[in-house]
Structures are given as structure tokens and as C-alpha cells.
Design a protein around this ligand. Structure first.
Ligand code: NAI
Ligand code: MG
Length: 354
């Protein structure tokens, strides 16, 4: 029986409430498909920061380096500035473990209603593939003359050929496995005149190797508009770190709810563990009340199963989510239901085990 060591980092706020539900469902589906998990818990978080002055210990990364995957809740809480929590935990994991792909499915599940009028499940089914290690989120830059009239700030975007080609190849490989086999590139080469023409050149070059996959590109502004007006146009969308960050919140929003959206930070070479986490954050406004929607976390667990090579078990989890979405008594109140976090998780676990 395959056995996986998973590093779990519930993090802050509702992360601590939804991660146990993710584990509950994975345990249930694991019993059905003969997959075993060992869950090693790490309390790295803003609470950890307040007691120890750091989000995780110095040897934190070494302690999870050899796990098969990382299952993360959410990080960030009022009282610790977001750039401290983000750069103290999430970004080091994403960068040092070379998780240069951030993958987000955008799918209107059965039982969900899109805020876009008249759209059904067949209209919204695509992936956003975001470059997760470089681009606009760089540490290159600085500030001068602070507090004076001449004050200035500068931040450089960094696009390497290796990094750009790798994310694009990942997008084409993914599209190749899907029925529509189409990749859309997010650009802005009319406004950003160095890095984005480079991005376009690399896209033109990489697509040569995939004659079986069709390709197009849009400037990011109109692309965002098309997510709303014509979501059925998309199959796989590849984007830089910043553009991808925005699209990967907009996408799940048009698919119904941020509370159910999953995400993966992937090291495709598998030299390091990949990390699976919902799109939403720690939701301080509802934390501690037992009402958070656990579906984003549970669906992230399905992505982890798929990454570990268990596509059938992953599908069973997504099917179970769709079953439960049809029953308001098992859904949390953000979806108009009446269930608690735990009741929703338990219902999905039962459906996944069947
Ligand atoms: P958020 O996603 O935590 O909350 C936004 C809104 O959505 C809130 O009204 C919240 O109640 C609701 N919501 C989110 N998840 C939900 C769920 N599962 N069920 C029901 N309602 C849900 O975003 P916000 O407020 O911008 O950020 C809060 C904290 O989380 C910040 O410290 C931020 O930095 C952090 N954050 C962390 C992320 C991560 O760990 N990857 C991602 C996004 C935010
Ligand atoms: Mg984001």
C-alpha cells in the first residue's frame, strides 16, 4: 500500500478549522483506494511569530524537505503585517522548493451558481498556470530619500528564459492532456516594453514544440474582461507572477466562490515537495466560529492526490464535493447552507468513501 508523509501547516485563522476537514476526507478516500498517510503537524503561523519572533524555525525548510507533499491552510493574521507572514513562511517554501508553478483550476462545479448570469458547468472549466518564483515579485529594487520631497521607490521585474520557458512548457503539457488543447498567454507588451515583449517571444518559441496545441494571447486588461464576458473561451491560461495572481482570484470568483477554490504550488521536477493550499486566506472575520467552508481545502487535497499519482482517488473527492454541493443541509452558510465546517467535511468524507 502506498504510504505518504505529508507535512501539514494549518497556519492561522480558519486554516486551523479547514485543514482537519481536508485530512478527514483524504483519510476516508485513502481507506477506499488503499492509500496511507502520515500527517506531521507544524504549528508555523502568526501565533508562532508572536511567541518566537519568527514564522517558522531556522531549520524549518530542512524539516519538511523530505516529505512527499505539504498541506497548508492559510497564513496571515491581524497583528502581524502581511508582508512579514508571507515572506517569513509562504514565499520561502515556494522559492526554495522551486515550486515555480502555481496551478489553479477554475471550474464551475455541479451545484454551484456562477455570479455570471446564465453560465453553467460546461462554460467554465479551465486552468490558470501562474509563474510562481520570479517576474514582478522580486526583491530587486530599493527606496531612496525616505521621508523627503525627493522620496522614491523602485522595483524591478525579473524574467529569465529558464523561468519563462518552464512555466510555458508546463502550460502546453497540461493543455495536451485536455480535450480542447488550447493555451492562452497573458501579456501586456503594449505597455511594459522590455519584459513583456520578451514574454511574447518566448511564448512564440515554446509553442513551436506543441503543434498539436492551439495558442493565442491577450493583453491582461482585455483578458480579465473576457474572464467575465467569455469564460468559455479558455482552456489553459499561462501568466506571469503578478498577472497570474490576479487572474487566479478572478477565475475562482467567476466560478462561484473563493471559499471553494483550490490551489497547488508545484515543483514539476519533484526534487522538492509541492504544496497544496486553498486560494482563500485566514478569514479573520469568521475565524473561530466553526462556519468556514472547508471545500477549498478539501479540493486542494484532491489536487495533492492527483500530484501523488492517484487520479481516481482525486476524482472521487471532487465527485463527493459535487454531491454535497447539491444539499444545502451539508453546505456552509457562505453557500446559503446551514452546516458547520465539520458537518460539511464529514458529509464529503462519507460521500468520498462510498
Ligand atoms: P480571506 O480569503 O481570508 O477572506 C476574504 C473574505 O472571504 C472574508 O470575508 C472571509 O470571511 C471570506 N472567506 C474566505 N475563505 C472563506 C471560507 N473558506 N469560508 C467562508 N468564507 C470565507 O482574505 P483576506 O481577508 O484578504 O485576508 C485575510 C488574511 O489571510 C490576511 O492576513 C492575508 O494576508 C491572508 N491570506 C493568506 C493567503 C494564503 O495563506 N495563501 C491567501 C490570501 C490571504
Ligand atoms: Mg492571491
Amino acid at each position: 500500500m502506498p504510504r505518504y508523509r505529508i507535512a501539514t501547516i494549518p497556519g492561522d485563522g480558519i486554516g486551523m478549522e479547514v485543514v482537519p476537514e481536508g485530512i478527514r476526507v483524504l483519510e476516508a478516500v485513502g481507506r477506499r483506494f488503499d492509500i496511507e498517510f502520515q500527517w506531521d503537524h507544524f504549528d508555523w503561523s502568526c501565533a508562532h511569530y508572536r511567541t518566537h519572533g519568527e514564522m517558522m524555525p531556522d531549520d524549518g525548510l530542512a524539516r519538511i524537505r523530505h516529505h512527499d507533499a505539504i498541506f497548508l491552510g492559510a497564513v496571515g493574521f491581524p497583528g502581524v503585517p502581511d508582508h512579514v507572514s508571507l515572506w517569513g513562511l509562504l514565499i520561502p517554501i515556494r522559492r526554495q522548493f522551486r515550486q515555480y508553478i502555481a496551478l489553479r483550476p477554475v471550474r464551475l462545479l455541479r451545484g454551484m451558481t456562477s455570479p455570471l448570469a446564465g453560465r453553467t458547468a460546461k462554460d467554465i472549466d479551465f486552468y490558470v498556470v501562474r509563474e510562481n518564483n520570479e517576474g514582478e515579485y522580486s526583491e530587486v529594487g530599493g527606496r531612496l530619500f525616505r521621508g523627503t520631497e525627493r522620496e522614491m521607490a523602485m522595483q524591478e521585474a525579473v524574467f529569465t528564459r529558464t523561468g519563462t520557458d518552464a512555466v510555458m512548457r508546463y502550460a502546453f503539457e497540461l493543455a495536451r492532456k485536455r480535450p480542447r488543447k488550447h493555451v492562452t498567454s497573458a501579456t501586456k507588451s503594449n505597455g511594459i516594453v522590455h519584459t513583456m515583449p520578451f514574454w511574447d517571444e518566448r511564448f512564440a518559441s515554446v509553442k513551436q514544440a506543441y503543434p498539436d496545441v492551439s495558442a493565442d494571447q491577450y493583453h491582461i486588461d482585455i483578458l480579465a474582461a473576457h474572464f467575465v464576458m467569455n469564460p468559455d473561451r479558455f482552456d489553459v491560461v499561462v501568466a506571469s507572477n503578478l498577472f497570474g495572481d490576479i487572474l487566479s482570484d478572478l477565475g475562482p470568483a467567476v466560478a462561484g466562490s473563493l471559499g471553494i477554490a483550490p490551489g497547488a504550488n508545484i515543483n514539476p521536477e519533484r526534487e522538492f515537495p509541492s504544496m497544496f493550499e486553498p486560494v482563500h486566506g485566514s478569514a479573520p472575520d469568521i475565524a473561530g466560529q466553526g462556519i468556514a467552508n472547508p471545500i477549498g481545502q478539501i479540493w486542494s487535497g484532491a489536487m495533492m492526490l492527483e500530484h501523488l499519482g492517484h487520479a481516481d482517488a482525486a476524482k472521487a473527492v471532487v465527485d463527493a464535493i459535487e454531491t454535497v454541493l447539491g444539499d444545502p443541509a451539508s453546505c456552509t452558510r457562505d453557500l446559503g447552507g446551514t452546516a458547520s465546517t465539520r458537518e460539511c467535511g464529514a458529509a464529503i468524507a462519507i460521500a468520498a468513501a462510498a
